[in-house]
Design a protein around this ligand. Structure first.
Ligand code: AMP
Length: 245
């Protein structure tokens, strides 16, 4: 999946730390956009479980059907399925230096599983919570439009495509994701409060949590994330004259 946007200044930085950056926040907080920007800037793979599950949902067979039904209803796919999906993905070679996680973990069992996997792989987990008021979340989600071909994301008000209903990048039609319809949005936000918000306490207690204001321009939110996560220091040392980038 690609975003219509990119990094604030277009630069990329390779960081030398095998860390897992977990982006948390309800749907509409901008996790996807920020995850793409971080992945591009720090040359880390982006692991977005929502995208991976949407691909599985397109496949024939019982697993595809099960995932499709659960996603369309705006519910959570089972922890067992997620365990398989995430273990397989994080064990791939491109995750050796770490990765950006978008949409995982979403439940306490998933958080515990991630801790086990990261210990095995020798990765440190950093958690960033992107904080956005509820009314703004609703507005962002209900106006979101996605390209049916490349996955680029637009917004009717905040980031319209040049021609209404058509992707700027490849000219393909835009659509409203089944889980971006109003009833589904309300259900997903309630589900976040019930199942995922408790994870913030879990991570706060372990001292891993950094909270970031998610309102305003994506570039400003990106800068806040880089500062809060300490990636700023890593990028500065790597950008120093003694390092080639
Ligand atoms: P997202 O694109 O992250 O909003 O995810 C879209 C949908 O995929 C969610 O509403 C869930 O149905 C499913 N999903 C994604 N990640 C997870 C997860 N970690 N646990 C359970 N379900 C998930």
């Amino acid at each position: 999946m690609r975003e219509g946007g990119g990094c604030a200044d277009g630069a990329t930085t390779e960081i030398d730390m095998p860390d897992i950056i977990v982006l948390m926040g309800p749907q509409g907080a901008g996790k996807g956009t920020q995850a793409h920007m971080l992945a591009e800037r720090f040359r880390l793979p982006l692991v977005a479980t929502g995208d991976m599950l949407r691909e599985i949902a397109l496949t024939d067979g019982p697993l595809g059907l099960q995932v499709r039904e659960v996603q369309t209803a705006g519910r959570l796919v089972s922890d067992d399925i997620l365990a398989e999906v995430i273990k397989t993905r994080l064990s791939k070679a491109d995750c050796e230096r770490g990765c950006i996680l978008d949409g995982f973990p979403r439940t306490l069992p998933q958080a515990r599983l991630l801790e086990t996997i990261s210990e095995e792989l020798g990765h440190i987990i950093h958690v960033i919570s992107i904080e956005v008021p509820r009314e703004l979340l609703f507005k962002r989600l209900s106006g979101r439009r996605t390209c049916s071909s490349c996955g680029a994301i637009y917004h009717l008000e905040f980031k319209p495509s040049q021609t209404e209903g058509v992707c700027d990048l490849d000219g393909q039609p835009l659509f409203t994701r089944s889980d971006d319809h109003e009833e589904s949005i309300a259900r997903r936000l309630a589900l976040y409060d019930e199942k995922t918000r408790p994870l913030l306490d879990h991570y706060e207690q372990s001292g891993r949590l950094k909270k970031v204001d998610g309102t305003g321009k994506p570039e400003d939110v990106f800068d806040r994330i880089v500062m809060a996560s300490g990636l700023q220091d890593a990028s500065e040392s790597i950008l120093s004259p003694n390092h080639s980038v």
